[in-house]
Design a binder for this molecule. Structure first.
Ligand SMILES: NC(=O)c1ccc[n+]([C@@H]2O[C@H](COP(=O)([O-])OP(=O)(O)OC[C@H]3O[C@@H](n4cnc5c(N)ncnc54)[C@H](O)[C@@H]3O)[C@@H](O)[C@H]2O)c1
Ligand SMILES: O=C(O)C[C@H](O)C(=O)O
Length: 314
């Protein structure tokens, strides 16, 4: 066992599913949960700990009764915040979740000097920005989860279109986690073959549209909230990469400082993950259309950041 501690704040659908995933896979020695809802967090800690015992897993699952219980974490995942409901955009959550993000970061930052933070709350890119601004943490230690999820959705829609490829599809999505994210057909492969060599342009466009709409599709069906199995599993991959220092490259939302020609803006880009968090940002060569789509996605994130600066941080 690796003697690593993971803290999860916000133990609703995504947080609880993530805790279950980490514990079932014995990815760390300890998972500690924190939420405003005292009975729920205690119930989740009991239930998930008991499931881990059923699996003979080695992870201890507990909940934080006081600040010291949520200290010295190696990785902290923040899923605290409200999810959207049908008819809403992720951006509608901006000011409510910025308030929650600022408050939770303020509660835990001091006791966790070495933690790497993974942000999940929406709107994702703006929440990564908020976390960085609220706590003055090194930019390489704060990452947002969305790109793995969006890429998994794209893989799903590719498989659905082709009718084959399970386990052999490797899709790639960049940009902000919003309606104009940038799925990259030429960097998406089926058994190593690029998608743009397999499907026609209109078929690829259909997959791109479905990928962009993937979150909203589930929100509409669920009625009460948003997706959580794929988001939680995607987050577990980031946690694993950091804890095991495996150097895997995943699309993650990070603060850009010159990469892709942008400064002081958060967006999803391929990142090599390791024990230090962001170990490298990989710069893919984008064609003209992808470059302009990435610029559009960046400008949507910029609008949210401007709103935060004018209405929240000022
Ligand atoms: N980045 C992504 O790809 C992605 C994917 C799925 C969900 N999300 C986002 O993650 C967030 C959580 O989604 P969910 O489905 O788990 O929602 P949920 O409502 O099931 O859970 C949210 C939890 O946060 C808790 N919480 C709220 N304020 C808190 C605070 N100050 N301190 C501690 N806990 C607090 C709530 O009590 C609740 O248990 C939402 O904002 C959602 O939009 C993002
Ligand atoms: O769609 C949402 O609001 C939740 C999340 O961002 C998702 O893509 O599933």
């Amino acid at each position: 066992m690796n003697n690593k501690k993971v803290g999860i704040i916000g133990v609703g659908n995504v947080g609880a599913t993530l805790a279950f995933t980490l514990a079932s896979k014995s990815l760390c020695s300890e998972v500690v949960l924190k939420d405003l809802r005292e009975n729920i967090v205690e119930a989740m800690a009991l239930d998930i700990s008991q499931s881990a015992n059923a699996a003979n897993a080695k992870t201890k699952v507990s909940f934080a009764k006081e600040a010291k219980d949520f200290s010295n974490c190696d990785v902290i995942v923040i899923t605290a915040g409200i999810p959207r409901k049908p008819g809403m955009s992720r951006d509608d959550l901006l000011l409510t979740n910025a308030k929650i993000m600022t408050s939770v970061i303020g509660e835990i930052n001091e006791n966790n000097p070495n933690a790497i933070y993974i942000i999940v709350s929406n709107p994702l890119d703006a929440m990564v920005y908020t976390a960085l601004k609220a706590a003055n943490i090194d930019k390489n230690k704060v990452l947002g989860m969305a790109g793995i999820l969006d890429s998994a959705r794209m893989s799903h829609f590719i498989q659905e279109k082709l009718g084959y490829g399970e386990g052999e599809i490797d899709a790639s999505v960049m940009g902000g986690h919003g309606d104009d994210m940038v799925p990259l057909a030429n960097y998406s492969t089926v058994a190593g073959k690029p998608l743009d060599k397999i499907l026609k342009e209109d078929e690829i466009e259909e997959i791109i549209t479905k990928t962009r709409n993937g979150g909203a599709q589930i929100v509409k069906l669920l009625e009460t909230g948003s997706a959580y199995y794929a988001p939680a599993y995607s987050t577990s991959l980031m946690v694993e990469a950091i804890l095991t220092d495996n150097k895997k490259v995943y699309p993650c939302a990070v603060m850009l400082q010159g990469e892709y020609g942008y400064e002081n803006i958060v967006a999803g880009v391929p990142v090599r993950l390791g024990k230090n968090g962001v170990e490298d940002v990989i710069e893919l060569k984008l064609d003209e259309k992808q470059t302009s789509e990435f610029a559009k996605s960046i400008s949507s994130v910029k609008e949210l950041i401007d709103t935060l600066e004018n209405k929240f941080f000022s």
